[in-house]
Design a protein around this ligand. Structure first.
Ligand SMILES: NC(=O)c1ccc[n+]([C@@H]2O[C@H](COP(=O)([O-])OP(=O)(O)OC[C@H]3O[C@@H](n4cnc5c(N)ncnc54)[C@H](OP(=O)(O)O)[C@@H]3O)[C@@H](O)[C@H]2O)c1
Length: 294
């Protein structure tokens, strides 16, 4: 990848993995460097660095808090990408933006998963604001540098230096500290290793792919099945109670079935995402917690 790449949201889970993957070919901007709620800060960074490609890995991701912080969620997730897309378009910069499976709150997924052409039905402010961001990026995109929006699901990666935990780390921590494990068994999706998403973006960039593309690991599970596999692979024998989403009394509704079809990704790249279990085992091995790997 020869292009000069700028990564927004560089301190986040995906942002850190992108900065690590692109190394010296990228500049990583944290919220302090480039704030999506501040058009001036976006324009100043773009004009200073003059990147060829911008990857927006920043978002307001607190699904339940977004029900109370509606203005902030929409400012970051909808108007932020819109500002960024406009600024990129005016400068002939290609924009790659990241979307979420949460836009599909429509009930059971069609056979093979939700396609890019399926109509989303977001439930809650996080999902609705993210969908508005996807659409703004596609709308503001220039004809010469059409934007790419990659929707993904259930990201987990290396442990965060700030202590923010992924689902994988949260399950391991609770199991090791003897806390009860209760996990929903009525939401189906595909957990995705953040490094697999990074490699998917690396494949898509030289193809100059544009529009919407779904990328997740292969297969699917409920969050309960995901948690059970984390403990099995880590060799931890602890019971997990399967519960219903309604037991959690969360403010925002989650999709019951957000399996995404990766057919378009495979058609474009010739690559099939590896199964989620294989990706998870590699993450746990890298963290030194895969049973029998030490
Ligand atoms: N995590 C998942 O399971 C998941 C699933 C599907 C899709 N996605 C999407 O994947 C992308 C990456 O997610 P992630 O898991 O890497 O998220 P993350 O770890 O929460 O990182 C998001 C980053 O965005 C930054 N940010 C927040 N507000 C900002 C603003 N106004 N301006 C600039 N930066 C701002 C945050 O900075 P601070 O730390 O300073 O707040 C944080 O570093 C997001 O678009 C997300 O919606 C994630």
């Amino acid at each position: 990848m020869d292009s000069k790449v700028a990564i927004i949201g560089a301190d986040g889970q995906l942002g850190r993995a992108l900065v690590a993957r692109f190394g010296g070919a990228a500049c990583g901007w944290s919220r302090q460097d480039c704030d999506l709620t501040d058009a001036q800060s976006i324009v100043a960074r773009l004009d200073e660095a003059q990147p060829e490609v911008v990857i927006n890995a920043a978002a307001y991701n607190q699904v339940d808090a977004a029900e109370d912080q509606i203005d902030l969620a929409w400012n970051v997730n909808a108007r932020g990408p819109e500002r960024l897309a406009r600024a990129c378009s005016e400068r002939g910069i290609r924009l790659v933006h990241i979307g979420t499976d949460y836009v599909f709150g429509n009930g059971p997924a069609p056979i093979g998963g939700w396609k890019e052409t399926d109509l989303p039905l977001p439930q809650g402010q996080y999902a609705a604001s993210k969908l508005a961001g996807d659409l703004a990026v596609l709308r503001e995109s220039s004809e010469t540098q059409p934007a790419l929006v990659v929707r993904t699901c259930g990201l987990y990666g290396a442990a965060s230096p700030t202590g923010k935990r992924s689902f994988v780390n949260a399950i391991l921590d609770r199991a090791r500290t003897g806390q009860p494990l209760r996990v929903v068994h009525d939401q189906r999706c595909t957990p995705t290793h953040v490094e697999d998403l990074v490699e998917a973006l690396v494949r898509l960039l030289p193809l100059r792919a544009s529009g919407l593309i779904h990328f997740v690991n292969g297969g699917d599970c409920t969050w309960f099945e995901f948690a059970a596999e984390i403990l099995r692979l880590a060799g931890i024998d602890r019971p997990i109670e399967p519960i219903l989403s309604s037991d959690l009394k969360q403010k925002a509704a989650r999709p019951v079935d957000s399996r995404l079809s990766t057919e378009r990704f495979t058609a474009l790249t010739g690559h099939s995402p590896r199964p989620w279990r294989e990706a998870l085992a590699q993450r746990l091995a890298a963290d030194g917690v895969l049973a029998g790997s030490n």
